[in-house]
Design a protein around this ligand. Structure first.
Ligand code: ADP
Ligand code: MG
Length: 428
């Protein structure tokens, strides 16, 4: 293959680009949405035990208080679907990154207590995952009861996808439900080996996963056009595959955030002290070549002489950032241009802030884009942890179609990846 060839092609070809690209090209095709899956509502749960993988990976303070219960609240529709219809529910999740052994500061007990508060009923908690306490409490469940198991990652088998560990979990229940979108791109035991061990029993998605798939897969596979992607954030390296995939699917891909400066370097621009990735300049060149005028870069930059809100500031043309200054946001002309393109779009995918949005006034570009998306009436999908937080903080969360709950998982989906954890579940 010639060295200068772009790293991807708009249609599947015969060029050998290595396995990852072959897989990518295969999964790129427009119109190829993730197969619709059966949901928990489709399962007759009366008197049955349902094992549900949820994402209760909530932040705890040093007194073990849950400081943000959003993830627990978001799981409530699936939880209620089971218990309101007389099912017996066992919930399993990870929390934090314990090292495959019990570690009190990562206990799920506070999350179980919070769930009890939110449901207004008693929620049982097992001090282990597949041990005597879990087995005894699972066996005691009556119709409508809920049991939360201790942190899956207290067992090395979870990360290892261990079959024996998975079987011990699988044996506790009559049906499996995956409502942990944030973990869907992983192959941990609770995501893949457990439902594999439950072949022949109902294996379905929860409400949260169903909604994520609907937006991230279907809306992207069959977008109303113009279809515009807006990509920002800190690093190009995090998002190269996302840019590649979206260039194939979108009418325009707008670039903001610090990653714009690596593109600027690739065009021979001056970037001053901006956050750049010199080792990604070649990749940026290839993307520029392949993207043509689909790939839109900032025309101006809001630069500062220090990484601080009260530094000295200058608006400069893109590629003309003076020494001693760094780019901290898109400039006002770019913000206006991007807002205009977003307003005319019928489908918008946004991932990554346009600047250092935690540090006003360098949140202006991000705000302008968020406002335009909110005003556009387009089907709008916000993915990525920091972008989702920004849209919430700016108060636009209910003006967009979908804010994804899974940072890494939503990126993987925008990359066009298929998830083993979802593929193996029952089709509708
Ligand atoms: P997401 O979580 O939405 O995928 P990222 O994690 O990729 O987004 O990027 C978010 C981070 O990028 C924010 O912390 C933001 O401050 C940073 N960032 C954006 N623009 C710049 C910039 N010009 N210089 C330095 N950091 C930036
Ligand atoms: Mg982030």
């Amino acid at each position: 293959m010639p060295a200068e060839r772009p790293p991807f092609l708009p249609s599947a070809g015969t060029i050998d680009l290595g396995d990852s690209y072959r897989v990518l090209i295969h999964s790129l095709k427009e119109g190829e949405a993730e197969m619709a899956k059966k949901t928990i509502d489709d399962v007759n749960v009366q008197g049955k035990t349902v094992l549900m993988r949820v994402d209760f990976n909530v932040p705890l303070d040093d007194q073990q208080n849950v400081t943000d219960d959003r993830r627990i609240r978001m799981a409530l529709p699936s939880i209620k679907s089971v218990i309101d219809r007389g099912g017996r529910l066992i919930l399993m999740s990870h929390l934090g990154r314990p090292k495959g052994e019990p570690d009190a500061k990562f206990s799920l007990q506070p999350a179980a207590e919070k769930l009890g508060e939110l449901l207004g009923k008693e929620v049982a908690f097992a001090t282990d995952t597949v041990g005597d306490d879990a087995k005894a409490k699972a066996a005691e469940l009556a119709d409508g009861d809920v049991l939360v198991l201790e942190n899956l990652r207290f067992n090395p088998g979870e990360k290892d996808g261990d079959a024996e560990f998975a079987k011990a979990l699988a044996d506790m229940a009559d049906a499996y439900c995956n409502d942990a979108f944030g973990t869907c791109h992983r192959t941990d035991a609770s995501m893949v080996a457990v439902p594999e061990a439950m072949a022949g029993k109902p294996r379905v998605v929860g409400h949260l996963v169903a909604k994520e798939i609907k937006y991230l897969s279907e809306a992207i596979a069959n977008p109303e056009r113009p279809f515009v992607a807006i990509l920002g954030g800190a690093k190009v390296s995090d998002k190269i595959t996302v840019i590649e995939n979206l260039l194939n699917l979108c009418d325009k891909v707008l670039i903001g955030g610090a990653m714009a400066y690596t593109f600027s370097l690739a065009q021979g621009g001056r970037v001053g002290g901006s956050l750049v990735e010199p080792d990604k300049v070649d990749m940026a060149k290839k993307l520029l070549e392949a993207g043509g005028d689909k790939l839109v870069l900032p025309v101006d930059t809001h630069a500062g002489d220090a990484f601080s809100g009260d530094c000295n500031k200058q608006i400069v043309e893109a590629g003309k950032i003076p020494e001693g200054y760094e780019g901290l946001d898109i400039g006002p002309k770019t913000a206006e241009m991007y807002a205009g393109i977003a307003k005319d779009a019928k489908t918008v995918v946004w991932n990554g802030p346009m600047g250092v949005c935690e540090m006003p006034p360098f949140d202006e570009g991000t705000k302008a884009v968020a406002q335009a998306i909110a005003d556009s009436g387009a089907t709008s999908i916000i993915g990525g942890g920091d972008s989702a937080a920004a849209i919430e903080q700016l108060g636009f969360a209910d003006k967009v179609s979908h804010v994804s709950t899974g940072g890494g998982a939503s990126l993987a989906m925008l990359e066009g990846k298929k998830f083993a954890a979802v593929e193996l579940l029952d089709e509708a």
